[in-house]
Design a protein around this ligand. Structure first.
Ligand code: G6P
Length: 365
């Protein structure tokens, strides 16, 4: 089937805009009338003592985000690795390990090699893929589709948020099976997930405001992204997206690590993008943000209404998102990160869908 841009200037723009729909499809696929999670019976999280996750690129960052969810909700310890490191380190794989592989294409050479390594160690192999007939899907004990539809833009967008959604459902299932989540709490989380497509539409409606910020970002040489908790992997993803398509040097950092290095870079030429929903870590993130402001740094604060009221003063640019339950904030906050990268690249005139030196699927080592 031939995929068209459907009126968008780039595939990436189309794929960003599609997220409320494909996310809704994924949620619908895995929820029975919205009340119960539909996953294969053979997937029983009480059989495992730990989870090891392996992936590359954006899929790796989806794993890193989900680590926060799995550990908080289910109490299962989670290790996350990039496939190129994992495969040659010869990591021990104890009995009762669930090995999880996340891949949009299902063909990434390093991820596939890591899967085969775990298979050789008799671990149960679960994969989360976009391409159902891919090698990674075929070689797994259980393969779960993310239902994002064909993704053409080299910089992954809708596959990322669909990966996050499936990982969130898996974390909820793990918590449920391990007796860590009662019916009421589960119902609340599921309804929070179901509300995400609507919230995404509100975030997408801010595209013009984000574009105005991006036009300023386009002049920067270096950009820092900061976040705490599950927003830390999203800071990494924001930086990855920006460097991939705009070629601006960008780094993501855990807010608390700011004073252990990146603060040395801060001056009035370095925009610092702070991803800070008004969650229980908000005050801590804001105090890191203040350290940036005190050194003349140019802060772009991405937060909600309450966050903007409490901490918006003195920031260079403000991007406001709707309220979202803390747990799933990374799924919503992915959108302004993608839009910032997209509009910055467009402002710089780079090849958004086919950035130099990058491939959609890395099938050779
Ligand atoms: C390449 C792509 C990325 C992707 C990564 C992993 O680097 O440009 O967008 O995240 O590979 O690919 P996969 O298909 O395994 O998710």
């Amino acid at each position: 089937t031939r995929v068209e841009k459907a009126g968008h200037k780039h595939f990436m723009a189309k794929e960003i805009a599609e997220q409320p729909i494909v996310l809704g499809d994924a949620i619908h696929h895995y929820l029975d009338d919205g009340a119960a999670i539909l996953l294969p019976e053979t997937l029983d999280f009480t059989q495992y003592d730990r989870i090891t996750m392996v992936a590359c690129g954006t899929a790796y960052l989806a794993c890193l985000t989900s680590k926060y969810w799995f550990e908080q909700l289910s109490g299962l310890p989670v290790d996350v690795d990039v496939a190129s490191e994992f495969r040659y380190r010869e990591p021990p794989i104890p009995a009762r390990t669930l090995a999880v592989f996340v891949s949009q294409s299902g063909e990434t050479a390093d991820t596939l090699a890591a899967l085969r390594y775990c298979h050789g160690k008799a671990a149960t192999i679960l994969s989360v893929v976009n391409v159902d007939e891919s090698s990674i899907a075929r070689e797994s004990d259980i393969a779960l589709p993310i239902l994002a539809g064909v993704e053409i833009g080299v910089a992954s967008t809708k596959a990322f948020t669909c990966q996050l959604t499936v990982m969130a459902l898996l974390a909820l299932r793990a918590a449920q099976q391990r007796g860590q989540l009662d019916q009421t709490a589960l119902a609340e989380h599921l309804s929070a997930l179901q509300n995400l497509p609507g919230l995404m539409n509100i975030a997408l409606a801010q595209s013009d405001e984000i574009k105005a910020v991006a036009q300023k970002l386009a002049e920067a040489r270096d950009v820092l992204f900061l976040g705490r908790g599950a927003m830390y992997p999203l800071a990494l993803e924001g930086a990855l997206k920006l460097k991939e398509i705009s070629y601006i040097h960008a780094e993501g950092y855990a807010s608390g690590e700011l004073k252990h290095g990146p603060i040395a870079l801060v001056d009035k030429t370095v925009p610092v993008i702070v991803m800070a929903p008004h969650d229980k870590l908000f005050d801590k993130t804001v105090s890191n943000m203040q350290e940036v402001l005190a050194r003349g740094g140019k802060v772009v604060l991405i937060t909600n209404n309450r966050g903007a009221k409490e901490a918006g003063e003195g920031v260079w640019q403000l991007i406001q998102l709707p309220e979202v339950p803390d747990l799933f904030a990374p799924i919503l906050y992915a959108l302004p990160a993608q839009l910032l990268a997209y509009h910055t690249a467009v402002a710089k005139g780079t090849d958004v869908d086919q950035p130099r030196n990058l491939a959609k699927s890395v099938t050779v080592e």
